[in-house]
Design a protein around this ligand. Structure first.
Ligand SMILES: [Zn+2]
Length: 264
């Protein structure tokens, strides 16, 4: 067993509906995360309980306000990402990104399944990310079964990355993307992958680091849909050197999110 590195989790949600984040859920998230040495949580929004696959403008505003309240309640833990639905009018997209990122201190944008990654309506969203120099975390998955709504594949993420090479894109769910997904984005240096998605799979993380290098893989759990313990265990116990694990668990995310790197 290697010495334990502290961690930033780049992929978490909350799942209790309501205008205010549930204090019980926030406390449970932070208590459990701390137990595993996870110090910072990127909060991508309460997407499933409050919006669904194609959220309205009111849904998006409510989800982002929910995230802002969690950030205000636990600023030392939560880093918010602004959730957007590119099907909305450009003026609303711009105003919401301004409210959440410029004024609210969020550090990235989150795209889910409302429209495909190849949809031209992503343009103003990606332009805002480029202007603000913030990353975009985008849902991705390869499925044998039916895709949910406008779910994107890793090949479509690679296409988005080609169109916007200046924007860092975190492709979510390594295990959902698989080896094929890793190869799809391998020659796009602005694409990172988070380690979440399904159950741990032997060898996939080592494969991703081998193909993408140690700087383009980031630990993420997808809590509370998945457990912190199982999801960080797959990283900590991977067959990788300690300095690579430290990059996956902390340094890569710290660089992308511009978090000051004090000595561990
Ligand atoms: Zn998620």
């Amino acid at each position: 067993m290697q010495q334990r590195s502290r961690a930033i989790d780049v992929h978490t949600h909350l799942n209790t509906p309501g205008p205010q984040p549930s204090e019980e859920e926030l406390e449970r998230a932070i208590r459990t995360a701390r137990y595993y040495g996870i110090e910072r949580l990127v909060l991508l929004g309460n997407l499933t309980a409050m919006g669904g696959p194609d959220p309205s403008m009111a849904d998006v505003a409510a989800i982002n306000s929910h995230t802002l309240r969690a950030m205000a309640r636990y600023p030392e833990t939560y880093i918010g990402f602004c959730y957007v639905n590119p099907a909305h009018p450009v003026s609303f997209l711009r105003d919401e990104i301004d409210r959440c990122v410029v004024q609210g201190g969020m550090k990235g944008l989150k795209l889910w399944i409302a429209v495909k990654a190849t949809d031209p309506r992503l343009e103003p969203v990606m332009e805002a990310a480029a202007e603000l120099q913030i990353p975009v975390l985008h849902h991705a998955w390869y499925k044998q079964t039916v895709f949910i709504y406008n779910e994107s594949t890793p090949a479509e993420i690679a296409e988005l990355a080609r169109r916007f090479p200046e924007v860092p894109i975190v492709m979510a769910h390594l295990t959902g993307c698989g080896a094929r997904g890793v190869l799809d984005v391998a020659d796009r240096p602005n694409v990172y992958v988070d380690t979440s998605g399904g159950q741990p799979e032997s060898g996939i993380l080592e494969y991703a680091v081998g193909q993408l290098g140690p700087d383009r893989v980031l630990y993420g759990s997808d809590w509370p849909l998945r457990d912190f313990g199982v999801q960080i265990g797959r990283v900590r116990d991977a067959d990788l050197p300690a300095d690579v694990l430290e990059r996956l668990l902390w340094r890569n995310a710290a660089r992308l999110l511009r978090i000051e790197e004090d000595a561990p």
